[in-house]
Design a protein around this ligand. Structure first.
Ligand code: MRU
Length: 365
């Protein structure tokens, strides 16, 4: 299978042709089952985001944008005021699905602005404008991750010695399944293939990513299907792996970046960065500029989603693997301090410390 064929096979989220439902690949069933499902009601969309059927910051943003267009298309409203009352209510409802990835709020706000900017249009025209805006958000995401990939590919080229297979570690899934096409952390690898590298020019070590296993279930699935050499290891194997000299560079995604460069990503990312600093391995965060939150000064302000402890004790086991009733601690994200990050790759350019100035220089904040 070519990479393009693979991208077609796993389109993360799209609007149905009839514009009557959102069509997603159900990521909770991967890697064993490739099954698409359709979401029609706001409750179905909320549940799909909450349960991680669709997940990854940019994909959540695209889903939220499509959701607002879809839900708005069904409003029976005579005037903008009545229309906007329903719109605000649906927006607030979807915003309550997951707290950490800023793209959710960013996409909802962008749809909200579009609605307000077009309040003088006929309601039917406004509905079409919202569909067009959601599609634009999706199409822009493809270009954004492509740009991130080109910059990341430049880093790979600089690190690769002749004839050597470059070792890359990644965490969770910041791949095509988390975006509209190339992923963010995986974009440098997919772009490398587009530039003629072979799958064997890179060897990607995917952290399994407890407790929801996005690294082994999703990233390893993606990369293997694209023909890139792939290994899966448990999260607690990161230090022996990095000490072994097999890793040349680390690319991770992110859910929200504060103005000072502190970056929230899947739980376990900050530990990886601490180990990488110890072993002198470059650690890059791949971040669409929509993930950089001008309203958040430092990582301490980023809300961290806490999830059901059952994901730790029971979820993947035929019988519980912790004593019944034990207390659990299950934060879904952690924050990597900016001084552990070699650079933040955005679609507008590579940012390095001091981050706030770098973001300003690129017009991101
Ligand atoms: O809980 P998830 O699976 O939505 O977490 C996803 C991540 O942490 C990703 O690394 C992040 O959203 C970036 S996706 C390009």
């Amino acid at each position: 299978m070519t990479v393009e064929e693979f991208f077609e096979e796993v389109i993360t989220v799209k609007m149905t042709h009839e514009r009557d439902a959102i069509d997603i690949i159900d990521q909770t069933l991967l890697p064993g089952t490739i099954k698409r499902i359709t979401l029609k009601t706001r409750e179905e969309i909320w549940e799909a985001i909450k349960k991680l059927r669709v997940r990854g910051a940019p994909a959540i943003g695209v889903t939220a944008a499509y959701a607002m267009a879809l839900l708005a298309s069904k409003y029976e409203a005579e005037d903008f005021e009545a229309f906007y009352g329903k719109f605000s209510e649906d927006k607030d409802y979807l915003a309550s699905s997951r707290p950490t990835a800023v793209n959710l709020f960013w996409a909802l706000d962008r749809m909200d602005r579009t609605a307000k900017d077009n309040k003088n249009k006929l309601i039917n025209e406004l509905k079409d404008i919202l569909f067009a805006e959601a599609q634009k958000i999706r199409d822009e995401d493809v270009q954004i991750s492509r740009n991130i990939g080109e910059i990341g590919f430049g880093i790979l080229k600089d690190l690769k010695k002749d004839g050597q297979t470059i070792g890359i570690e990644t965490h969770c899934n910041a791949g095509t399944l988390a975006t509209a096409k190339y992923g963010t952390a995986t974009a440098p690898m997919y772009i490398a293939l587009e530039h003629g590298w072979k799958g064997s020019d890179m060897h990607v070590y995917c952290d399994e990513t407890r407790p929801l296993l996005q690294g082994s279930r999703l990233t390893a699935f993606e990369l293997m299907r694209s023909g890139i050499e792939t290994t899966v290891q448990c999260d607690n194997m990161a230090s022996i792996l990095q000490k072994s000299g097999k890793i040349d560079v680390i690319f991770v995604g992110c859910d929200r970046v504060a103005r000072n460069g502190d970056a929230a990503n899947k739980i376990g990312t900050s530990g990886l960065a601490i180990i990488a600093k110890h072993y002198g391995i470059p650690f890059y965060v791949c971040a669409p500029s929509s993930t950089i939150d001008a309203g958040t000064a430092t990582g301490a302000e980023i809300p961290i989603e806490m999830r059901d402890g059952e994901e730790i004790t029971d979820m993947w086991y035929s019988e519980p693997m912790a004593p019944k009733g034990v207390e659990t601690f299950n934060p879904a994200f952690d924050v990597t301090d900016h001084d552990l990050i070699t650079g933040i790759i955005t679609e507008k350019g590579l940012c390095q410390a001091p981050y706030e100035e770098a973001f300003k220089q690129l017009g991101i904040i």
